[in-house]
Design a protein around this ligand. Sequence first.
Ligand code: SF4
Length: 160
Amino acid sequence: MVTPSVFATYPDADALADAAPGDLEALVHSTGFYVAKSRNLMGMARRLADNYDGVVPGGMEDLVSLPGVGRKTANVVRSVALGLPGLPVDTHVGRLARRLDLTQESDPVKVETDLNPMVPAAERGLFSLLLILHGRRVCPSRSPRCEDCVLNDYCPSSIV
Ligand code: SF4
């Protein structure tokens, strides 16, 4: 919700890199952790401007070299913004993958490593989004609604 005003105020990497910290903090204040986020946004923009001609790169190693960007965010950028293979693993994806016995890992990178060979490259982003939605709507951490779940015939964790 805050990105339209951020992009309107700072239309490119150079502008964002040179932002006055207090002004950027005010724009992203409602998202929480606004001081650290502002610092990372400015650092990310500086590195984009200095090393990538102001263009967001697509390579995983390039993306995770940007301040504030971890593997989950890099996979979101790859799959949603750039149309590249990327399987973001958040808490929902990890929990669903374990309940469905697709992995026994808890570390998100290891979960991603287990899931990637199971999902065609072009469908990894969608797969992640579907698990996130399923986790939010049907299979939350507490009280999964197995009686309403379309996977309850197959899921080894089903309680019905
Ligand atoms: S059957 Fe239950 S535990 Fe398995 S995915 Fe569905 S809601 Fe989650």
